[in-house]
Structure formats: C-alpha cells, structure tokens
Design a protein around this ligand. Structure first.
Ligand code: PLP
Length: 397
C-alpha cells in the first residue's frame, strides 16, 4: 500500500554562497560513468599507479608502532624540516620550517585556506580561464569575486601579464596561478612567469601558485614562482604529493608562504582540520627522502603515454595543443560541430569513453575536452580507436 506517496520534503536553509556554487562538471560525468560497464575513463585526473611501496610501508610501520595521534597543527616537525630541505634543493628557496610551512589536507585545503586567510567579501582574485575547477569555489566561499583572464591556445594557454594588469582594481588581492596547468597541460615559460610576477610586485599583490604538477614536465623546465627574484615575499606556494608520488588518497599537501600568511592560514586550519592525517605525514617524509626515483619513472611513463595520446588525437582529426606538463591533453572538438558537453556526453553513451567537457573549466574551455592520459597504454589505444569511430560519424563536412 502506498500511503501518502506525496511526502512533503522539508525545506532547509542553504547559504547563498553554497547555493551559488555549481556542481562540479567533472563529478556529473563520474556519476553517469558509475552506472555503466565497459567504460574507458580518460576523465579522472589521477595517477593509475598505486603509491610506491616504500612510501606505503613507511606509513604501515608507523601504524604498527602506534603512531596514531594528532600531530602539531603545522604538521610534524620532521616533515617540515624535510620539506624545507626539498624546497632549498629544488629551487634554492629558504623557508623556516617553524613559521613558513604548513602541512595541509592536500593542495585542496591549502588553496581554501589561502583564500579564506586573505579575502574579505567583495575582494577580487585574478585567475586564468580555463583553470582547475576548485579555484572559483574557493574564492566564492569567503565572499570573494573571481576575475577571469582568458588564455588561448595560440598563446600556449599562458597568462598575459598585460591582460592581468588591465584587470587590477583597488579590490584585487591576489593572482591565482596553476602551472603546469589543469586542464590544458600548458607550462608557463620563465619569461612569461617573470612578467606576471613583475605585475604582482608593482601592485603589491600576492601570487597564489598551485604547483601540484611541478614535477610532471616533459622536456621543458617548471618555473617556481616563489623562486623568481623578489617573489618569495609575495607568493603563497602550494605543493602536494598526490600527483608526483601517486598519493591522491592520502590527502596531504602543503603551503609555503610569508610567516604572517602562514599564521593566518594556521588559525583556520587548527579550528577546522586540526592537522593533516598522521600516517600520511609519515608517508610524505618517506616520499621526500627517497621518492625521487619512483616519481621519475612515472614521469617517463606519462611522457610515453602523452606522445601516443597527442599523436592519436591529431590523427583522428582533433587538433591538439602540445601539452608539456601535468597529464592532460586538451584537443579541440570544434570540427565536430558539437559543444564540449555534447561531445563528452555522446562519446560516453555511444562509445563508452569518458572525457571531461572543457566548459567545466571555464568559458574559455568551451570547444575542447580534457583527456587524462594517466591510464594504461592499452586503454589509451582502445579509447583512441573508439574516438576515431565517433569523430568519423560526427564530422561536420
Ligand atoms: N590543484 C590542481 C591543479 C589539481 O588538478 C588538483 C587535483 O586534481 C588539486 C589541486 C588537488 O590536489 P590534492 O589532491 O593535493 O588536494
């Protein structure tokens, strides 16, 4: 018996800011994908490797020893020491482990903290379009406003310092960068980065630099913004372990910044997170001490897959920008006459290949789809075969 089937749903109050966020364009596809069988996913932006065993083992040993308590809010002193050593060795940057480094729950938390520490309602943050899906929500939640600066394929998706400067107002608080870039795979050259840094210094703005893909570059160098002359004092450097060491599930990252900023971020972190997971901090120490070899092997493998993916997409007739970093290809799908969302939806339902529509990353992502090549070579090849069939069916002319 179905009694009273029209149950009246209770209305809950949802804050304007939470209500304002649109659901992630990536999640929508994962939900659809989860209901289907035989799908090849080029959608998820994470390594297909398990974490190198020596890293996992270090964490297991710490658990066996009963190392299961909270750590200092800032993170374990040994980890901060190790991170300071790493940043000095990698970029010549000297950070004080006691005051200028904060261990966080992934770059995700570090990003959120940096915005909450700096922004008051109405403050503006300049960022590239397209960009990683979390940047806008992290600005909106503390009441900030995003100011998107278009980046274009013909400019290698690099951010133009002139265009950034033109968008600065008296409410601008920061420039948020993410290179090597998700979703384009673009790497910004040292010269172009230095031009943007010069604008930030001239206007007294902080650069929040998400360098989670720093180690994933192919034949080009990664420029650490904080290491540019005069930039350490003007940069919040965000870094992580998820991508380079295949540690997405461990939820661990960090922020390196001037002490006043770290102090403000730490206040929020101590009330909301307390500390990053203890076992993950132990794993991160091991990654920094002995993880270089396994990270380099994975990068070599990504590079092989990158070459196959980009060549394959171009042969299918989808023009593809040459990605030099991260693990994404960002081909144009305009020739099919489909929007990026139509392309992704129909490719999934007709050929069971999951890609992410470029529009999920901002208006300027329209006309492209993001294909993650951190998946097996066999899957990449099969995905390309299916995509070829799809593109042949949907070719406009
Ligand atoms: N920043 C970028 C550009 C990303 O692509 C991702 C994950 O995809 C993150 C940050 C999140 O990193 P984490 O796993 O360290 O929170």
């Amino acid at each position: 018996m179905v009694a009273n089937s029209r149950v009246r749903r209770k209305k809950y109050h949802i804050s304007k800011r939470a209500g304002q966020l649109s659901p992630s364009g990536i999640r929508k596809f994962f939900d659809l994908l989860a209901t289907m069988e035989g799908v090849i996913s080029l959608g998820v932006g994470e390594p297909d490797y398990a974490t190198p065993w020596h890293i996992t083992e270090a964490a297991i040993q710490s658990l066996e020893k009963g190392q299961t308590m909270y750590t200092s809010n800032l993170g374990m002193p040994e980890l901060r020491q190790e991170l300071a050593r790493h940043l000095q060795a990698e970029y010549g940057l000297k950070y004080d482990p006691a005051t200028e480094l904060l261990i966080t729950v992934g770059v995700s938390e570090a990003l959120d903290l940096s915005m909450r520490a700096m922004l008051d309602p109405g403050d503006e943050v300049i960022m590239p379009d397209p960009c990683y899906v979390s940047y806008e929500p992290c600005v909106i939640l503390p009441g900030g406003k995003t100011v998107a600066v278009a980046t274009r394929e013909e400019d290698n998706f690099e951010l133009s310092a002139v265009e950034v400067e033109a968008r600065i107002t008296d409410r601008t608080r920061a420039i948020l960068l993410g290179y090597p870039a998700n979703p384009t795979g673009a790497v910004m050259s040292r010269d172009k980065m230095a031009e943007v840094a010069a604008v930030a210094r001239r206007h007294g703005l902080v650069v929040v630099s998400d360098e989670i893909y720093a180690r994933l570059v192919y034949g080009v160098e990664h420029t650490c913004v904080a290491a540019l002359p005069g930039m350490k004092e003007n940069t919040i450097l965000l870094g992580g372990f998820s991508k380079a060491y295949a540690m997405t599930g461990w939820r661990i990252g960090y922020a390196a910044a001037p002490r006043e900023i770290i102090a403000a971020m730490t206040k929020i972190h101590q009330y909301t997170m307390m500390c990053a997971p203890t076992m993950s901090q132990v794993a991160a120490i091991e990654a920094l001490r002995s993880g270089d070899g396994s990270a380099a092997e994975m990068v070599e493998d990504y590079n092989r897959r990158r070459l196959v993916m980009v060549k394959g997409l171009r042969e299918i007739g989808l023009p593809c920008f040459e990605p030099r970093g991260a693990f994404y290809a960002f081909p144009s799908v305009e020739r099919t006459g489909l929007t990026s969302e139509e392309f992704a939806e129909r490719l999934l339902t007709e050929e069971k290949v999951a890609v992410v529509p470029g529009s999920a990353f901002g208006q300027c992502g329209e006309g492209h789809v993001r294909c993650c090549y951190a998946t097996s070579m066999a899957d990449i090849e099969e995905a390309l075969t299916r995509m070829r069939r799809f593109v042949n069916r949907h070719r406009r002319s």
